[in-house]
Design a protein around this ligand. Structure first.
Ligand SMILES: Cc1cc2nc3c(=O)[nH]c(=O)nc-3n(C[C@H](O)[C@H](O)[C@H](O)COP(=O)(O)OP(=O)(O)OC[C@H]3O[C@@H](n4cnc5c(N)ncnc54)[C@H](O)[C@@H]3O)c2cc1C
Length: 443
């Protein structure tokens, strides 16, 4: 039997955070014939962005005097925050409730000091439990904050309602004519299709055997991208851990419009969502990998799981004990591991593939790819139209030289837990919430 063929002008692989932003931006610029494939039905349960909320922060104005890296981040934040604050689609989801960056250990606190020094906004130093408690309504932060020190940015930062924004981006893209094909059969890409000369990508083949041909293919499959293309060690799939803490309807009055409390070596929480009154809690650490021997090489291979290691739960309960002990013993209502792809320098990787024609890569969220997703859509569309600013182009280029001697255990300027990258292969005990689900491999 012949393999069925399906044609489109633009094929985006991955309907996650970046895939939506790219589809929306291209459609808004007038591109037609856009098709998006995803291995999960919408919203993808394994997408990093399918989450209650994410931290969002405004940055300094980009300046010619910035280092290339600072310029990149300032520009990316500027493009993103302009969208979150002014674009009618994004605006309802940004809550500028403020942001507290704090630490307990000395090295982690040095990181906070560096952050405070680089900020143009006025920050309020927090040095005692009374200082911390004063940042939220009375009765919220009742903990003793042992060794906590930090800074409070009262505005210009906060959080975005992540899954709500994804839903709207999806709806708007559909309205603009983008075609989505999702699910483990018709949406799961198994392989990229190459021309007979092997120098051009002509689309992708899904699990149901359909060959989706396209003049332009954009790969945006997040932490799973490594399984579809040889990234030459530029990507390290790394996972973090999150849980939801349910509040009763009568409790939440006091827990609205709270600044995000982010302890760089402890973890963070974001106020309860409006719909189900659940507070998202994350412990902070350099990340978990899942190291496996793949054809003689050590690689981190992602898998989905709606459970977290017992150690992660212990760290979250310590965070609660130190900040909001009233919730230390409360059962969580949901937990999962959540993967992202780390580049060596944690800068994005958005570029034309240097050897395979008609293929654009958009990967490497590196822990900050949600708040910046509006910029990602703009930058990818600029790359496609070959009009991206030279300085930005250099920072997000295909750069395998940076990963030749990649140290998979590099903590990449992250703190918490034992200060080391952890390996899921060493995890003995998992926390089960409700029925608890073991997931499948992302692939
Ligand atoms: C716990 C945690 C907390 C975070 N907090 C923040 C934060 O506060 N602020 C912030 O800005 N960023 C945060 N991030 C980072 C941010 O979520 C990511 O950088 C961003 O979501 C990455 O987007 P993506 O599109 O690359 O990946 P994803 O959103 O994961 O999307 C990838 C998509 O590809 C699909 N896919 C995978 N394989 C295939 C295949 N073979 N075929 C078809 N489809 C496939 C998946 O189903 C998924 O929908 C956090 C990340 C984690 C893990």
């Amino acid at each position: 039997m012949e393999t069925p063929v399906n044609e489109s002008a633009v094929l985006i692989i991955g309907a996650g955070t970046w895939g939506f932003s790219i589809a929306l931006q291209l459609a808004r610029r007038g591109f037609t014939g856009i098709k998006v494939l995803d291995a999960s039905s919408f919203p993808s349960s394994s997408a990093a962005g399918n989450d209650l909320n994410k931290i969002a922060e405004e940055a300094n104005e980009p300046s010619d005097d910035d280092s290339d890296e600072d310029y990149f981040w300032n520009k990316v934040h500027q493009l993103s925050m302009e969208t979150w604050k002014n674009d009618p689609l994004f605006k309802p989801f940004y809550h500028a409730t403020g942001f507290i960056m704090a630490a307990c250990g000395d090295r982690a606190y040095e990181h906070c000091l560096k952050y405070a020094k680089s900020e143009q906004a006025d920050l309020i130093p927090l040095k005692s439990k009374e200082h911390f408690r004063s940042t939220m309504p009375k009765g919220v932060l009742t903990g003793s904050f042992p060794q906590w020190r930090g800074f409070w940015k009262d505005g210009g930062a906060g959080w975005v309602f992540a899954s709500g924004a994804l839903r709207e981006m999806y709806a708007e893209a559909v309205k603009l004519g983008v075609h989505f094909m999702t699910g483990s059969s018709e949406g799961a890409v198994q392989t990229l299709l190459q021309s007979s000369s092997k120098d051009t990508i002509i689309g992708a083949q899904t699990a149901d055997g359909v060959r989706h041909k396209a003049s332009l293919t954009i790969l945006a499959t997040g932490a799973n991208s490594d399984s579809l293309l040889d990234f030459k060690k530029q990507l390290r799939p790394t996972a973090w851990t999150l849980a939801h803490l349910p509040l009763a309807a009568e409790e939440i009055e006091n827990y609205r419009n709270l600044p995000v409390l982010y302890g760089v070596d402890r973890g963070f929480f974001i106020e309860p969502d409006a719909e189900n009154h659940q507070m998202k809690i994350c412990d902070e650490h350099p990340g978990y990998c899942n190291f496996i021997d793949v054809e003689g090489e050590l690689r981190s291979v992602p898998f989905a799981r709606q459970q977290i290691p017992k150690d992660a739960e212990r760290r979250m309960r310590r965070l609660l004990k130190e900040t909001m002990p009233q919730f230390e013993q409360r059962d969580f209502s949901f937990a999962r591991i959540c993967w992202d792809a780390d580049t060596v320098d944690r800068l994005f990787l958005i570029d034309w593939h240097p050897e395979l024609k008609n293929l654009v890569i958009a990967v490497g969220g590196s822990g900050h790819g949600f708040m910046t997703n509006p910029a990602v859509g703009i930058l990818v569309a600029d790359v496609v139209e070959n009009k991206v600013e030279e300085r930005l182009k250099r920072m997000m280029r295909w750069r395998p030289k940076t990963s030749v001697h990649r140290n998979w255990w590099d903590t990449q300027n992250r703190f918490g837990a034992d200060g080391k990258v952890m390996d899921f292969q060493d995890v003995q005990e998992w926390t089960t919430i409700g029925e608890g689900e073991k997931g499948d491999l992302c692939t």
